[in-house]
Every structure is written in structure tokens, then in C-alpha cells.
Design a protein around this ligand. Structure first.
Ligand SMILES: [Zn+2]
Length: 424
């Protein structure tokens, strides 16, 4: 292992502390928040001082994201990834006998979110406090540390003149609707090609190759309203929902027996229930919102069929049971094969920096990674250790954060050769 570059340790710590000082609570979460505008403009200014090219991706709603590049767009052979018709015909004319070599420029996409959850009951959430290896503060662990590591890695790739395009997507709204990553992928366009993507959410320095998706379903159970003194004239929608809740628990037991090797089983739970007008009225409607955490291979359509089956089971046991269901939102799961060359390349980079091989694991949480993978980009998660995501005491390991930056630089350095070797 090379001697530790303590300047980089200091620089990563300082950048992380600066990011924690800037409130970036997500305004779409209950209780509201200040949004990402301040932190995005601060990060954009930092990137400019470091000589990095920055695109502001702003839809005018005060929720900006950034695309940061280790090399300005004009210095990159963009035609390699998405050859224009003109470039193709020029090449055909000048190289009619000998087609050019396979493009060698590689692109590494790094992704971290700018937003955090609310400040909760934290003590001094925006005052970063260092205690030994730990830096405390809101967003330190989830995930300003991973963002700092990605930004420093991009800057190092530029400073070292690495022959790879390191692109950092610093995105808004991961903690709610993932507006940022969707807008950034639109901004990059259909012609954008990356060889690998690393989402630097906290993974305790393991390589996260899989996470679950989820589907939210709203179910309306219909009854017939009547006065409480004459229940024989009504149908109690809340009581009928009880039958459905029993079936949902049974579905949970069925799912529990079918585990994914890295993620465990899919799950289902009742998240919200509402119904009834008053104590003396037989309720005519009860609305239940359920969440189904999905495994790789389970589609929203699969879950819609599963819900239809639940409702049909209830109706076959009770002719008065009537309900309708609709999908409110769904997000895909992630699964990148453990044997993918990206996993081997990242493992090698970790071993170079940390001297031991990282775990390859599944993650309990959902992340923007699924959107990137859906674009056909091989994607894994890799970030520092710590604790307290969304909790009142949150901290991240400073050593891990700096090592994460080093590992990303090492991966960028060897991206071309390692991926080619492992693909061979
Ligand atoms: Zn996060």
C-alpha cells in the first residue's frame, strides 16, 4: 500500500464539513425543507474553483441538480459514444479500407444526492463535529460523505489527467421522488453511455449489487352507509377491510418463505388506513395503502396481479366484499451480477487501497441506482461506514470517506484495462 496522502484526508474532511453546514432538507417530505438550491450553487462554485466543468440541471422549481465532469465536454471524443451521421460518413471516407480502432475512452458515472431528510430532534444538526474518526451532523452519513468522496475523486481524475471521463451526478430529491436523477439522465440524453456507475450511498465499504424495489397500492373497500341504529341496512367497509388485512398477513407469510440470496424475501405491509364518518354511521368506504417491497424479477404488473388475487380471495369468501385497487407509485429493484467485471474492478481497487477485499452484498434500502441501471449502465453502490441515517444522531467515518475517494480514483485509473481484462 502506498503511504497515506494526509492532504487528501484533510481535503475530504473539509469538503464534507462544508457540505454538512449547508442545510439541504428535502421540501417534499412532511414538515417541509429548504431544498437543494443553496447546496447546489455552493457545490457548483467549488467545482469551478477546482477546474471542473459543471452543468446546472434546473427545471425552474428550485430543485437543481448538477452534472460535474473531470474533462470539459469539448475535450472528450463525444462522437465515440454517440457518433453523429456526419462523423460516421467522414470516417467512412477517410478510413474506407481500415476502420478505426475500438473507442478507448471510458466513462465512470458517480452519483450522490444533495438532499437530506429533516433535522429531527438533532443537537446542532448543521454544525459538523469531529470526534476521533467520526464526523457528526445531518446528512454526514446519508450521504454528504459519499458526495464529497465522488467530487474529490472527479477532481483527482482531472488533476492526474486520467484518460477517463469521470462524471458526477449530484442530484436533488433522492429522499422523496428521485426528481434529480431522472432529470439528470434526461439532461445527459439517450446518447450518454457510461461503462460503469457507482452510487456512493453509505454501504460500510461493501459493494452493494442489489436492492429491493417497491410498489405502493391504494385499495378502496366499499360498503353501504347506514345509521348505527340500523346496521342491517348497511355494509361496514372498515370491518370488510379486516378480511383484507388478514389476507395481507397471509401473503407476507407466503413471501417470507421465498428469499433472495442477498436480499431476503419480498415483504408487504399496510402503511395507511383511513375510513369512517363518525361513531354512529356504518362506514361506506375504507381506504388502505399497502407497500410491497419487491425482489429483482418482480414487476409492477406482477404486483397488480397479486393484489387482484388478494381481492378475489376476499370476494370469494364474502359476497359483500367489494374493492378496487390502483398503483400509486413504483420503483424498480436493482440487481447487478456479482460476476460482473465492474464488481471485480471495484474489488481490485478496494484491495489496492484497503488491503482487504470488500464484501459483496445486498442493501436494505432503495436508492437512485435503479434508475441508472434501467438505462443499461452497470451500476453498484459503494460508500463509507457510519450510522444514523434519518436518525437523531448521525455520523460517518472520516477514514472510510477518504478511502472511498481513493478507491474511486483507483477504479477510474484502471477502469479501461480492468474492465477489458475481465470482459476478455
Ligand atoms: Zn441516501
Amino acid at each position: 500500500m502506498p503511504d497515506r496522502d494526509t492532504d487528501l484526508d484533510t481535503e475530504v474532511t473539509d469538503l464534507l464539513a462544508d457540505l454538512v453546514c449547508i442545510e439541504s432538507t428535502n421540501p417534499s417530505l412532511p414538515g417541509g425543507g429548504v431544498g437543494e438550491a443553496s447546496i447546489a450553487s455552493w457545490v457548483a462554485a467549488w467545482c469551478e474553483t477546482q477546474g471542473l466543468a459543471v452543468d446546472l440541471v434546473d427545471s425552474g422549481d428550485g430543485r437543481p441538480s448538477l452534472v460535474v465532469r473531470s474533462r470539459p465536454a469539448q475535450s472528450r471524443p463525444e462522437s465515440v459514444a454517440a457518433p453523429s451521421v456526419a462523423a460516421q460518413s467522414d470516417a467512412a471516407q477517410s478510413n474506407a479500407e481500415q476502420p478505426g480502432p475500438r473507442p478507448t475512452t471510458r466513462t465512470l458515472l458517480l452519483c450522490g444526492h444533495l438532499d437530506t431528510v429533516d433535522l429531527g430532534a438533532m443537537t446542532d444538526p448543521l454544525v459538523p463535529r469531529v470526534d476521533g474518526d467520526r464526523l457528526y451532523g445531518r446528512g454526514s452519513y446519508d450521504m454528504k460523505a459519499g458526495l464529497a468522496a465522488a467530487l474529490i475523486a472527479c477532481r483527482e481524475a482531472a488533476r492526474l489527467g486520467l484518460d477517463v471521463d469521470v462524471v458526477v451526478a449530484a442530484v436533488a430529491d433522492e429522499e422523496h421522488g428521485s426528481l434529480g436523477i431522472q432529470r439528470v439522465l434526461d439532461h445527459l440524453g439517450a446518447g450518454f453511455v457510461a461503462d460503469a456507475a457507482i452510487v456512493t450511498e453509505p454501504t460500510e465499504m461493501a459493494i452493494g449489487v442489489a436492492h429491493k424495489g417497491f410498489v405502493w397500492t391504494e385499495i378502496d373497500v366499499m360498503g353501504v352507509a347506514a345509521h348505527g341504529s340500523r346496521p342491517q341496512l348497511g355494509v361496514d367497509a372498515i370491518a370488510k377491510t379486516g378480511t383484507l388485512l388478514v389476507e395481507i398477513e397471509a401473503l407476507g407469510r407466503y413471501l417470507a418463505a421465498r428469499a433472495h440470496p442477498l436480499l431476503g424475501p419480498g415483504t408487504v405491509h399496510a402503511g395507511v388506513i383511513e375510513g369512517g364518518q363518525g361513531p354512529s354511521t356504518i362506514p361506506e368506504r375504507c381506504r388502505l395503502t399497502i407497500e410491497r417491497r419487491t425482489l429483482p424479477g418482480e414487476s409492477p404488473e406482477d404486483i397488480e396481479r397479486e393484489v387482484d388475487h388478494l381481492l378475489a380471495t376476499c370476494a370469494s369468501a364474502d359476497p359483500d366484499f367489494r374493492a378496487t385497487a390502483r398503483t400509486l407509485m413504483h420503483r424498480p429493484p436493482l440487481e447487478t451480477a456479482g460476476a460482473h467485471p465492474l464488481v471485480a474492478a471495484l474489488s481490485d481497487a478496494c484491495r489496492d487501497i484497503r488491503a482487504n477485499a470488500p464484501d459483496v452484498s445486498g442493501l436494505s434500502y432503495w436508492a437512485d441506482s435503479a434508475f441508472i441501471a434501467a438505462r443499461g449502465i452497470p451500476t453498484v453502490l459503494f460508500g463509507p461506514g457510519g450510522d444514523g441515517a434519518h436518525a437523531d444522531v448521525e455520523w460517518v467515518s472520516l477514514r472510510d470517506t477518504a478511502d472511498c475517494a481513493r478507491v474511486l480514483v483507483q477504479l477510474a485509473r484502471h477502469l479501461g484495462t480492468d474492465l477489458r481484462r475481465n470482459e476478455a
